[in-house]
Ligand binder design. Structure first.
Ligand SMILES: Nc1nc2c(ncn2[C@@H]2O[C@H](COP(=O)(O)OP(=O)(O)O)[C@@H](O)[C@H]2O)c(=O)[nH]1
Ligand SMILES: [Mg+2]
Length: 348
């Protein structure tokens, strides 16, 4: 796996964690010209051996290969040890969940996203794989992707710095197969086995812009979204300390469709209002966003809308505090039963 090189305009950084070139301009390898250094201008891959004092390295009994996605247990260790934002990215298959994660990673490769700069990641290889897959998929006509496997949530990890607030949290993005979220509509108890939901500071639900263009599907898309949130509420896995982000994806396609684009936008706005009136008391805030994480046309810029969504994700949360209890991640029902009552504090 190649280390991802930064593109033009990227921040001055070196993938060698010992190199201070960004601070004092001196290359630790002694290269006179930064362009000659094979490490310069690459994102930093965090190896477990390099982070002796890190939250993950100091975990007991968990061996994690470097740069992959995190399990629930590993994510909990990050949450316990440092300031974190947990984002559950939900929505049906093909709504654009993996593309959203990959699109954000692509933006960080170009430099800060608004006031938010990339620090490091425990999941760099996983981001790189998602981005590669997402770019390859976006070049194909058929929506065939490397499907997110069923039965597990995977957390992508960033450490970010927000210069507007001074916060430097870990951000954990939970990704799971979309079919599983849809299945909660007929069996709400399934949602109790989704550990990313009670942990989430921002529950993010994606609304597939492409499907919203289809008059035959539009109604289904809206009712799926409402029923999915309803299932989460009935399963008691949402907290009133959480924020909800309702995200219309594939904005480029929506804008390009002259006939149905404005109808799709209009219906999306109605959906958001409906969610506010039905679930407003259940969440700290409900906000809507429109994004083009991986546009296939010139209807939107690459990554359009992600800066605003990221700013929402970065808000200081009310916190879920994981317990010290360690249980097998397969015992999700039992694990859920062990979750403590969330602590209150932070935004309202
Ligand atoms: N037009 C357009 N297509 C997109 C965009 N983002 C994702 N897609 C496409 O939507 C399909 C599903 O994306 P994916 O991220 O795999 O969805 P997931 O199943 O929710 O993870 C793929 O064909 C993507 O190329 C976008 O911004 N614009
Ligand atoms: Mg996916």
């Amino acid at each position: 796996m190649e280390t991802p090189a930064l593109k033009d305009g990227a921040a001055d950084r070196c993938s060698n964690p010992d190199c201070r070139v960004a601070q004092d301009g001196r290359c630790i390898e002694g290269f006179g010209n930064k362009a000659e250094c094979p490490q310069f201008g690459k994102l930093q891959i965090v190896q477990m051996k390099d982070v002796a004092d890190s939250s993950l390295a100091s975990m007991h009994g968990v061996a994690m290969p470097a740069s992959t996605t995190l399990t629930v247990e590993e994510a909990d260790n990050v949450i316990k040890k440092r300031e974190a934002r947990v984002i559950a990215i939900t929505g049906p298959f093909d709504a654009g969940k993996t593309s959203l994660i990959a699109g954000l990673y692509d933006l960080f490769n170009l430099g800060p996203v608004g006031s938010v700069a990339f620090g490091q990641s425990y999941s760099l290889q996983a981001f790189e794989e998602a981005a590669h897959d997402s770019r390859a998929t976006s070049r194909r006509e058929s929506p065939e992707t490397n499907r997110t496997p069923r039965g597990e949530v995977r957390f992508y990890h960033f450490e970010l710095f927000d210069s507007s607030t001074g916060a430097s949290p870990s951000v954990l993005l939970g990704d799971r197969a979309g079919e599983e979220y849809l299945e909660t509509r007929s069996n709400t108890d399934l949602a109790k086995g989704f550990p990313e939901l009670p942990r989430a500071d921002v529950l993010t639900i994606l609304i597939d812009g492409q499907r919203m263009l289809d008059a035959g599907q539009r109604h289904n898309v809206r009712s799926e979204a409402r029923q999915t949130i309803q299932a989460f509420v009935e399963a008691d896995v949402v907290r009133d300390t959480q924020c909800l982000a309702v995200v219309l994806t594939k904005l480029d396609a929506v804008r390009k469709s002259e006939d149905s684009g404005s109808q799709a936008m209009h219906d999306f706005a109605i959906l958001v209002e409906k969610l506010r009136s039905t679930f407003g008391m259940r969440f700290t805030a409900i906000e809507s966003f429109a994004v083009a994480a991986q546009p296939k046309s010139d209807g939107a810029k690459q990554g359009e809308g992600l800066e605003k969504l990221l700013a929402y994700w970065m808000m200081e949360p009310r916190r879920y505090q994981p317990t010290q209890v360690t249980v097998e991640s397969t015992q999700t029902d039992r694990y859920f039963a062990l979750l403590p009552i969330p602590q209150v504090g932070g935004i309202k």
